[in-house]
Design a protein around this ligand. Structure first.
Ligand code: GLU
Length: 428
């Protein structure tokens, strides 16, 4: 398989065509600042010892402490974590948050662990990386298959190591453990603000638009629920097991209630009373969901879902990237040629890290906001940065992805050049 990081870097080639940059910036954006690979010994419930591999990569901290989630997934690798840390660097700059980018992960299938094993693994991971994180240095958060509970254990472990309460070391914590209201819904909510801005700008109508959502985790679920409430018709949703479709549109809340009860979306087909009485569902494969003829295909699962091999199968007019890196750079070019609009990850899924920023601010101030304040600040930030990306794309006649990167790279380049560059020191 090709390197995800190499593919991620390819996007910069196009971006660099539209901005005057010194070589210092290009050089700096090629290399992660710090990559840590750790072995985490875990005492399993049956008494045996198993060792898991974990990573934390801090890509660039020129604009502030590094920020980014931790994922638990069997496919986690150094290459993947490095790419994700690079995307976080761009994302924080696109949103003008005072952070650099980082990412972490453990190569593990969390579904195979008991809750106690998961807690021990989470604490063990923090013990291994404790020396390089901190509220003023590197601030983790949730990502794929980690959640608020996991963040709570991690913050507690860090407090025990440092012998003081430092809640700003990690965001996405439970609300009663110094988390922020609104952090759990922030990624989905932020993505909806970006989509709504696009809809408004192009004189489209939400109540006439259909969606298919790949991925029904935290972000995909909250997005679907809020989009449904805002009038969009959610035709299909999928999780790692399969997909369901309804001609009349689904109610994402009911789908989630079912999923929580049965741990599987597919069983909705044969399902019990209340849910199935109301609607009829059709079973689809994940591949079929990607090819649905809808207005917006929402990618809220993992990276590399649309690539050069399946891009022709896509019929949607728009792609909303809630996952990180779900469309490869090759597929991107082909989609652009076909006139498919991609609302890019570094903007569309940035609601999560934006409210993480608010959580960090609240932790440091020791003063907590109500949900209205969090949600209205989130909306303001998403709308401001989305509008500016859309304007840049329009003015320069470039894709939304290139425009978003351009916006981020400009800010990173500003920070790097203001520290002094080749030209500055040579003319001395
Ligand atoms: N994991 C999320 C992301 O990819 C959130 C990161 C954060 O809140 O720091 O944006």
């Amino acid at each position: 398989m090709n390197s995800i990081f190499e593919d991620a870097q390819k996007r910069l080639v196009e971006v660099f065509k539209h901005i005057e940059l010194t070589d210092d910036v290009r050089e700096k954006l090629k290399h992660p600042k710090l990559s840590l690979c750790v072995s985490i010994p875990l005492r399993m419930d049956n008494g045996r010892l198993k060792v898991f591999t974990g990573y934390r990569v801090q890509f660039d901290d020129t604009r502030g402490p590094t920020k980014g989630g931790i994922r638990y997934h069997p496919d986690v690798s150094l290459d993947e974590v490095t790419s994700l840390s690079f995307w976080m660097t761009i994302k924080c700059a696109v949103m003008n948050l005072p952070f650099g980018g980082a990412k972490g992960g453990v190569s593990v299938n969390p579904k195979e662990l008991s809750r106690l094993e998961l807690e021990r693994l989470s604490r063990g991971y923090i013990r291994e990386i404790a020396d390089i994180i901190g509220p003023k240095r590197d601030i983790p958060a949730p990502d794929v298959y980690t959640n608020a509970t996991v963040m709570g254990w991690m913050a507690d472990e860090y407090a025990q190591i440092k012998r003081q309460q430092l809640p700003g070391v990690i965001t996405g914590k439970p609300v009663h453990l110094n988390g922020s209201l609104g952090r759990d819904t922030a990624t989905g909510r932020g993505a909806l603000h970006v989509l709504q801005q696009w809809v408004e700008r192009n004189d489209l109508r939400a109540d006439k638009m259909t969606l298919a959502v790949q991925g029904f985790g935290n972000a995909g679920y909250h997005f679907s629920r809020l989009a449904h409430a805002a009038g969009f018709k959610v035709m299909a949703v999928s999780d790692s097991q399969g997909a369901i479709f309804s001609e009349e549109g689904l109610d994402p809340q009911k789908v989630m209630n079912h999923k929580e009860k049965h741990k599987d979306l597919r069983t909705m087909l044969y399902c019990d009373g209340s849910v199935c009485d109301l609607q009829r569902y059709k079973k689809l494969t994940g591949h079929e969901l990607l090819g649905l003829d809808v207005d917006v295909l929402v990618l809220a699962a993992l990276e590399n879902q649309v690539d050069k091999d399946n891009v022709d199968h896509i019929k949607a007019r728009h792609i909303l990237e809630i996952a990180n890196g779900p469309v490869t750079s090759e597929a991107d070019v082909l989609l652009e040629k076909r006139g498919v609009t991609v609302l890019p990850d570094v903007l569309a899924n940035a609601g999560g890290v934006t409210v993480s920023y608010f959580e960090w601010v609240q932790n440091i101030a020791g003063f907590y906001w109500d949900a209205n304040k969090v949600n209205s600040r989130l909306e303001k930030t998403m709308v401001r940065e989305a509008k500016s990306v859309f304007d840049l794309s329009h003015d320069k006649k470039i894709s939304l992805r290139t425009a978003a990167y351009l916006q981020g790279v400009k800010r990173i380049a500003g920070a790097i050049t203001q520290q002094g560059t080749h030209e500055y020191f040579q003319n001395e």
